[in-house]
Design a binder for this molecule. Structure first.
Ligand code: ADP
Ligand code: MG
Length: 238
């Protein structure tokens, strides 16, 4: 089943056309990675899916529903950002439960969801700590935990590991792959790191100047890059 589709989606900031004309279908449970050079429109595209930016033109459908005008909280998506954006004055437990509190979810249900996310992310022992008492990797896990607690249909990640050191990045990459196997949700993941893209993706979407250059599995892109741009980006020998 189709989880998400973009039909002729465009985005302009004033006269600056950032996303030019994007068609894309993403199936339920797919791990999709957007790659492309800085400024090509990856974050803008993700933010439009999340509802954090308006769509200038075209249709954005999630779960078979047109979402162009639907507010972020009703799209069934949760986003994890590069900067963790945790509340400094709240504990890990409170940070993870915050969205549920806002939505007036009963306390027992909220506590159960936070406990489940903490277990998945091995945060059980850290629930009463404050963000300043955590390492970078632990903070990013809390940010992912917050997304899990929201029980979204679709997870959106915008370069979630780029503030971490190389060793931790490798570790967290494996955790995110494990999370996808365990939860089975659709995930859309933005990175400019080729290795991350090649190891995580079911399919990679290569973007350039607001257009899709090529879509395919890591193997397809590696073996049959559509052009030199894709080949160079993917590190293909051709
Ligand atoms: P990426 O995430 O691929 O690096 P972005 O989606 O952040 O790229 O940005 C794509 C282009 O859109 C860039 O030229 C950027 O300067 C521009 N842009 C992004 N957000 C805004 C905004 N709020 N107002 C004006 N221009 C923006
Ligand atoms: Mg970006």
């Amino acid at each position: 089943m189709t989880s998400l589709s973009l039909e002729r989606v465009r985005k302009s900031f004033g006269k600056h056309e950032v996303i030019r004309d994007i068609d894309l279908r993403i199936e339920d449970g797919e791990f999709i990675v957007f790659v492309g050079p800085s400024g090509c429109g990856k974050s803008t595209l993700l933010r439009m899916i999340a509802g954090l930016e308006d769509v200038t033109g075209g249709d954005l459908n999630i779960g078979g529903r047109r979402m162009n005008e639907v507010p972020p909280s009703r799209r069934g998506v949760a986003m994890v950002f590069q900067s963790y954006a945790l509340y400094p004055h709240l504990t890990v437990r409170e940070n993870m439960g915050f969205g549920l509190k806002v939505r007036k979810v009963p306390k027992a249900e909220s506590a159960a969801k936070v406990a489940q996310a903490a277990e998945i992310l091995k945060l059980d022992a850290l629930l009463d700590r404050y963000p300043r008492e955590l390492s970078g990797g632990q903070r990013q896990r809390v940010a992912i935990g917050r997304a899990i607690v929201a029980s979204p249909e679709v997870f959106l990640f915008d370069e979630p590991l780029s503030n971490l050191d190389a060793e931790l990045r490798v570790h967290m990459r494996a955790e995110i792959a494990g999370l996808h196997r365990r939860l089975g949700n659709t995930m859309i993941y933005v990175t400019h790191d080729q290795i991350e893209a090649m190891t995580l993706a079911d399919r990679i979407v290569v973007l350039r100047d607001g257009l899709v250059e090529q879509v395919g599995t890591p193997k397809e892109l590696y073996e049959n890059p559509a052009n030199t741009f894709v080949a160079q980006f993917i590190g293909s020998p051709k």
